[in-house]
Design a protein around this ligand. Structure first.
Ligand code: RAM
Length: 908
């Protein structure tokens, strides 16, 4: 009995010891910010990992990276490609590969050992990546297609072009070691091998300006091939390549040609011998298949009676199919797609179906979103079901389509008949909450339909709940709006005949979005799009990729080029984007200065403070000069701010010599700006935007700062504490108010329920964010109900100020976290978490009487500067030990990783 107890005791000790001995873990391995990517064309991929530990103040002290050309070599400790050796460093993000030069189709397996300041070390599990085709000469495939319309196609304003189907049989004779497939399917493709769909990407590849870049996707298909006969099948949709509207406004809308395919499959057999399968004129082709027409804006028509069962298997008889043509390559350079692209990210189950008239029904999804509808149906051969999509309903219950302009957004499915059929489109997406269903055999029920939400694959990394239900609803609406508008690029809206990647909508929006979504690779890709859109002279358009030609030489929209790069550095630690784009950014700055700088002010502005709340509810744009902010003021203030940003970039990009010239220009602009616009104690016509921009950008003379700040609150009071800014002012509004001591006013704006406010939209039943503050009453020509540009800095402010989770701008990517929550007067609690590149950050506070209890969690290998607006604070039950200073009635301290809880006496 005694002995048993001793044994148990010993066992317990051992158990505790084992637990203690391994507190460190390494996880979430990433290569180029992706998990196990396939087909990279980056010769020095960058590797990242996270440390996890339950101890306090854990820092990485060193790391060792091993990269091997096979799993087996890595497992036996033979990293034949790279052994970094033990590197003394606390860096764990975006470490560039420095091993043996990598070549096309190489497979790389890696792991990392980390050492911590707790005398501890740990190895990660294995990560993996593979290389794409690094040289143009590696492509042996030929472009195939059919550069004409088929007899049933029509090319009009609403063009109809059927999908194109390609197939190829081939044989595999030996045991396969690897099989890597690279595909460019222009505009969009679906790929099949031996009857199976390859990959779960949809609407791939992500769109680019095909005159500049054409992106390929890569797949490891080793497990999809069989010994003996195999078949590849590819369907091509039109996408943005064959733009359906080129006959509509040819000067405005760019188009690139007929759909075309480039495909290359390299099989390496176990004995080392190789076989290459490439697209060429030995393939088979038809355009006479089930997808009769497909068009992003107008919909997809699918005739199931035209299906050819088994066409992607080797036994299919393709004698009736023709040979494809060898066609010219698109002008753009072939590059690997380094962002995952779109997927079906969620299913949405309809809430209600009701009969409108005869056999016409209205389906309510309960949520506005972008994607498509999957349908189950049973009927007889040739019956047609027509689905039409809209964001809202008219008073009589029918679809409201006036705000879609001339987009037809209609899918038609023709039944083959007999057993139950299931269908969803391939090459369209719709922005909708409601669907009109016509011609459905029998009585449709909600169970016959599922909505599929489509956006770029990325994780939701931020969550924030407060005690204010309206703010929670608005943040939820923001999430849906942002998700809906990620389409391989950030677009303005997903429903009408536009869907364009407008730069101005994301200038600060991208930062707010980064608190909700891990949007790093999407925006890295978008910076490339923007660079590609730059003219020889240096101009940057308002829309990039330039599917629309909008070169207006504006400042406030192209500013996104620089400010999105800043976001990528700040939130993700991506310095490379700054280095890469610095020359083009500088070129644009110089171009604008050369063409539009007069008397040290930038005189060109195109959109004003776009979409301020107008004087009458039917108006889209205000004509009232007191509501609108001077264009030269906004352009010059932005240009000034961009110079300050470029100054930091110059240092980060290794061009410190440029700093002086940015400084000099900025000083000149500041003088001219104040001379021209400072009017006693306010700027120009005293709008919020006119005062806020110079304040936020640091242009106001010191002796005027207090007075100008005062104007902000006075104007808000005049407007009954309501918003009066448009896209430009709102980008800095809540952060600005908070910075200048008006956090409670910021909170009021964020939670208002009456017009104009985000809450007003929600109170009218909006489940996303509108294009206009008065989106329910304005002219339908411009009132998308799913637009994110008016979000301004709402999401950023919610995370940075309400939750107090912000990165230090220099020790970026949350390496050093600045935690400074604002305990807004009317708010009782906040519960937030954010998956930063270093790991999970948590911040939750709850008010109880005059005490606020605040709990935080900081990931390993980070530290935080904590600022608490009170000097009566205890931490984890103990009076504070590490207080660095107690100025301004506040408590300021620095903490390492771990969990802490604070008791804070407020309202003293
Ligand atoms: C409209 C869209 C877009 C905006 C431009 C200026 O077409 O609303 O979001 O950026 O105008």
């Amino acid at each position: 009995m005694e002995l048993k107890r001793i044994y148990l005791g010993l066992f317990g000790l051992l158990f505790v010891y084992t637990l203690r001995a391994q507190p460190l873990d390494v996880l979430n391995l990433r290569c180029e910010q992706l998990e196990n990517p396939v087909g990279l064309d980056v010769v020095q991929p960058r590797l990242s990992w996270q440390l996890k530990s339950d101890l306090h103040h854990v820092k990485q002290t060193a790391y060792r990276i091993w990269v091997a050309s096979s799993k087996a070599l890595l497992e036996v400790g033979k990293p034949d490609l790279w052994n970094s050796g033990k590197v003394v460093s606390d860096e764990s993000l975006l470490i560039a590969y420095k091993g043996k030069p990598l070549t096309s189709n190489d497979n790389c397996y890696w792991k990392v050992q980390v050492f911590s300041n707790k005398n501890d070390s740990a190895w990660s599990d294995m990560g993996q990546w593979s290389m794409g085709l690094l040289n143009a000469g590696d492509w042996k495939a030929k472009w195939i297609g059919y550069d004409k319309v088929s007899p049933w196609d029509s090319v009009t304003q609403w063009s109809q072009l059927s999908a194109r189907y390609f197939r190829k049989n081939f044989s595999v004779q030996q045991k396969i070691k690897t099989a890597m497939l690279h595909i460019v399917g222009m505009g969009l493709y679906e790929l099949f091998i031996n009857g199976r769909r390859i990959g779960d990407q949809v609407l791939a590849p992500v769109p680019t300006d095909y005159r500049k870049s054409v992106l390929y996707n890569s797949f490891d298909v080793s497990a999809d091939l069989v010994n003996g006969n195999n078949a590849i099948g590819v369907v091509l949709g039109n996408g943005r390549f064959f733009t359906m509207r080129q006959n509509y406004k040819p000067k405005k809308i760019n188009t690139f040609g007929y759909p075309k395919l480039l495909l290359q499959l390299k099989i390496t057999y176990a004995d080392g011998s190789r076989k290459l399968i490439v697209s060429d004129d030995s393939w088979k082709f038809t355009a006479d298949g089930p997808i009769r027409t497909n068009n992003e804006y107008d919909g997809e028509e699918y005739d199931a009676t035209k299906e050819f069962p088994g066409w992607t298997t080797a036994s299919f008889d393709d004698t009736k199919w023709q040979r494809p043509e060898l066609v010219a390559a698109p002008k753009g350079i072939l590059r690997a797609q380094l962002t995952p692209g779109m997927r079906v990210m969620d299913s949405i189950f309809p809430k209600k179906i009701s009969r409108l008239k005869d056999s016409v029904y209205i389906l309510d999804m309960g949520q506005n979103f972008a994607g498509w509808l999957r349908m189950k149906v049973k009927g007889s051969c040739g019956q047609k079901v027509r689905l039409r999509f809209a964001e809202s309903l008219q008073p009589d219950g029918s679809l409201y389509t006036a705000n879609l302009r001339d987009a037809r957004v209609t899918d038609v499915y023709t039944l083959k008949g007999g057993a139950e059929e299931q269908w969803q489109p391939s090459f369209v997406y719709h922005g909708f909450r409601y669907v009109e269903i016509a011609g459905y055999p029998g009585v449709p029920s909600v169970d016959d339909f599922v909505g599929l939400l489509i956006y770029d694959q990325m994780t939701t990394i931020g969550k924030l709940e407060t005690s204010n239900a309206m703010l929670n609803q608005v943040l939820k609406n923001a999430w849906w709006g942002i998700a809906s508008n990620y389409k391989g690029m950030p677009v303005d809206c997903p429903q009408r005949n536009e869907r364009q990647p407008w730069l101005g909508d994301r200038t600060q929006g991208a930062l707010g979005e980064s608190f909700l979504f891990n949007n790093a690779t999407l925006y890295v890709k978008w910076l490339d799009d923007i660079r590609e859109s730059q003219t020889e002279e240096g101009a940057i358009p308002d829309v990039a990729p330039a599917f629309w030609n909008y070169y207006s030489d504006n400042v406030t929209w192209p500013a996104a080029y620089i400010l999105v790069a800043e976001m990528l550095y700040r939130q993700y630690g991506d310095r490379q984007s700054i280095v890469k784009h610095y020359p083009s950014m500088k070129k644009w700055m110089e171009y604008m200065q050369r063409k539009y700088m007069k008397d040290d002010l930038i005189t060109k502005d195109k959109y004003g403070d776009w979409c301020v709340p107008p004087e009458s509810l039917e108006l889209i744009r205000s004509k009232d000069p007191l509501r609108n902010t001077n264009g030269t003021l906004m352009a010059s203030a932005y240009y000034y701010h961009l110079l300050q940003t470029m100054k930091q970039f110059a240092v980060l990009a290794g061009r410190p010599g440029d700093v002086t010239s940015y400084d000099q220009q900025a000083a000149r602009i500041k003088t001219a700006f104040n001379k021209t616009f400072l009017n006693g104690d306010h700027y120009d016509n005293n709008t919020i935007t006119a005062n806020l921009l110079p304040l936020y950008f640091g242009m106001v003379p010191e002796n005027k700062t207090a007075a100008v700040k005062q104007q902000l609150i006075q104007k808000l009071q005049q407007d009954g504490m309501h918003i009066s800014t448009g896209v430009i002012g709102t980008q800095w509004l809540l952060r600005g108010l908070t910075k200048y001591g008006y956090a409670d006013a910021a909170f009021t704006l964020a939670t208002n329920k009456t017009y104009p406010s985000w809450g007003y939209m929600a109170a009218q039943g909006a489940t996303t964010i509108w294009e206009l503050w008065n989106g329910n009453t304005a002219n339908p020509q411009m009132n998308s109900q799913n637009h994110v540009m008016l979000l301004g800095d709402l999401v950023t402010w919610s995370f940075e100020s309400l939750a107090g989770i912000q990165t230090d701008p220099v020790a970026a990517a949350f390496k050093k976290i600045r935690m400074q929550p604002v305990f807004a007067k009317d708010l009782d609690s906040v519960n937030a978490s954010y998956e930063s590149p270093y790991g999970l950050i948590k911040s939750s506070w709850k008010r109880e009487g005059d005490t606020v209890n605040w709990r935080i969690e900081l990931p390993a290998n980070t530290s935080a500067l904590i600022n608490i607006p009170s000097d009566k604070v205890t931490v984890s039950g103990q009076p504070l030990k590490r207080v660095t200073d107690r100025k301004n009635n506040g408590t300021h301290l620095e903490l390492g990783s771990g969990r802490y809880s604070f008791k804070i006496i407020v309202n003293q």
